[in-house]
Design a protein around this ligand. Structure first.
Ligand code: F6P
Length: 533
């Protein structure tokens, strides 16, 4: 099938995306998918009926649908770590029917923990659980990677629904992150949540100990103002956190897929348990859709197939995510972990080298800011960057609808401009009154846009908890489907280990006790150990 896709691509060289609209008046309807209130438009790509059908065949050959059923049914799909990948169980209603791992239904424990989280969140929000100085005014989540990016992104995304204590996030081992965040906080009225699946991650444990010292300077029993979210409950006890404030989760919840369970506690405290349930319900609706919809009606599958077309068939090495929704400013960072930690692999599930490029580099920033920063390259640079736009029909600021109209206009104009471009003739005509002769020719060339640059647009009514849940689950399943098609394991992350190991020996070098690294690293270590002189 890959050869067929490559042949289809080659046969269409020179055909412009805009020409597809001329030959198919129904394209705008036929190359879109709608579900759960979302609209995915992939008309502005080179896909046509034949290439779409071949991509759907590719997914069928790879067994995406069967693998999705296996994943959501609790099978051991994370083969290199020997476990299930059951984040979908965290958002399944209690009535969904048993989901078994090693013969045991996981839903009762998931919902028991969810209810404990809800009781705790209500107590924190209502003030009956507080610190030495009274009701909590601030919540500090200390975690990194999936124990930070999901809740930090979601709390920002759902700010209009946040009516609980203020939430803050510290991830970096750089003391600047913790120092700047702690500076305005009152230790007597701050709840510290230590979020770490393993409870061994050096950044998180170092920050947690420093935060405990900070609190101990003004609070008699600091451990009572700590809660923990982890799979390693023995370690949370060693840290001194009482079991009543420990919210456990199973090893089958991967870090980058964990915002739906205990790792989402800060979000639940911010928006309240009812809104958090809406967030889960949105994701669950997308799970059902992914399991049930077929072929071109399946939105995550179509997102994956467009991604495969661009990265593996066309060979475009990056993909830009452009939310025209300021509150999704942290979505690109969240997706960088979700997509690149999941599918940035070099070998297939069986250990053989991947035959095709792995996941593209995912990057991006909110519009319209991006237009005034890097979109120059996307429009006129020599490389093609497929873009993903996200935009809501409504904002949350009824008094600022004119801002929202301009935001939407800019979003739609970007995808239109990327596709349409501007020819040399059009540029000449545009400048004819201002320049002439050779100068006209020179100036005109700078104003040519090649166009024919692909993009997809995800549109939705409003960024509310249910919709955010839908959007994140859409991306999770897209990553999963791409991983199955590439034949790799989307649920391990061995690539982060080597740097962690070497950091330990370099750390010894910085403290003067030798180093087993290259001369370059040893020289840098000596310079830094000497204070940079
Ligand atoms: O180092 C990568 C990673 O393992 C991520 O996959 C994970 O989200 C992050 O570290 C944090 O891990 P933990 O929750 O165990 O502290």
């Amino acid at each position: 099938m890959w050869e067929k896709l490559e042949a289809l691509r080659a046969a269409r060289a020179g055909r412009r995306i805009s020409a597809l609209f001329e030959t198919d008046p129904q394209r705008a309807q036929r190359f879109t998918v709608q579900t759960c209130g979302l609209l995915l438009d992939y008309c502005k790509t080179q896909l046509d009926d034949e290439s779409r059908a071949a991509l759907i065949d590719l997914a069928a050959e790879a067994g995406v649908a069967a693998r999705a059923r296996a994943m959501m049914g609790g099978a051991c799909v994370n083969e290199t770590e020997g476990r299930a990948a059951l984040h979908t169980a965290l958002r399944a209603p209690e009535t969904a029917g048993a989901i078994r791992v090693a013969g045991e239904d996981v839903l009762p424990a998931v919902h028991a923990t969810l209810r404990r989280m809800e009781d705790f969140a209500r107590a924190v929000r209502g003030g009956s659980a507080g610190g030495a100085g009274g009701a909590y005014t601030d919540v500090l989540n200390i975690g990194i990677g999936g124990s930070d990016l999901g809740p930090a992104m979601a709390v920002q995304a759902l700010k209009p629904y946040a009516d609980g204590p203020r939430c803050h996030f510290v991830a970096n081992i750089d003391g600047a992150d913790l120092a700047d965040t702690l500076a305005p906080l009152d230790p007597a009225r701050t709840l510290v949540i230590v979020a770490s699946k393993t409870f061994t991650t050096v950044e998180t444990m170092t920050n947690a100990r420093t935060a405990r010292d900070w609190m101990a300077r003004s609070v008699d029993r600091p451990a009572e103002q700590f809660a923990a979210l982890s799979s390693a409950v023995d370690r949370t006890a060693d840290f001194g956190i009482d079991d009543s404030r420990v919210f456990p989760f199973a090893d089958w919840v991967g870090g980058r897929y964990s915002v739906w369970g205990p790792i989402g506690l800060s979000l639940m405290i911010a928006i309240g348990p009812e809104r958090f349930r809406e967030f889960l319900a949105g994701a669950h609706a997308m799970d059902r859709h992914f399991l049930e919809a077929e072929g071109a009606d399946n939105m995550p599958l179509m997102m994956a197939l467009v991604g495969i077309w661009h990265a593996q068939v066309c060979g475009y090495p990056t993909r830009a995510v452009l939310p025209y929704d300021q509150r999704l400013a942290r979505l690109p960072a969240y997706l960088q972990q979700l997509e690149m930690e999941s599918n940035g692999k070099g070998v297939a599930m069986d250990g053989t080298p991947l035959a095709r490029p792995s996941c593209p580099v995912v990057w991006g920033a909110p519009g319209t800011n991006a237009q005034h920063a890097f979109m120059q390259l996307v429009h006129q640079g020599t490389q093609v960057v497929p873009c993903e736009f996200l935009v809501a029909a409504r904002g949350h600021e009824p008094e600022l609808v004119h801002h929202h109209r301009l935001l939407v206009a800019n979003c739609l104009a970007q995808s239109e401009a990327l596709m349409r471009g501007r020819t040399l003739d059009e540029a000449r005509q545009m400048l004819a009154g201002r320049y002439e002769g050779q100068e006209l020719e020179r100036q005109a060339r700078h104003r040519v846009f090649p166009g024919d640059r692909p993009s997809v647009t995800i549109a939705y009514p409003q960024l509310d908890p249910q919709m955010l849940g839908c959007i994140l689950a859409l991306y999770e399943h897209r990553v999963f489907a791409e991983g199955v098609i590439l034949g790799l394991n989307s649920f391990d992350q061995w690539g982060v280990e080597l740097g962690k190991e070497l950091a330990k020996s370099v750390d010894s070098a910085l403290s003067g006790s030798g180093i087993g690294a290259s001369a370059s690293t040893a020289t840098l270590a000596a310079f830094l150990r000497g204070g940079g002189a």
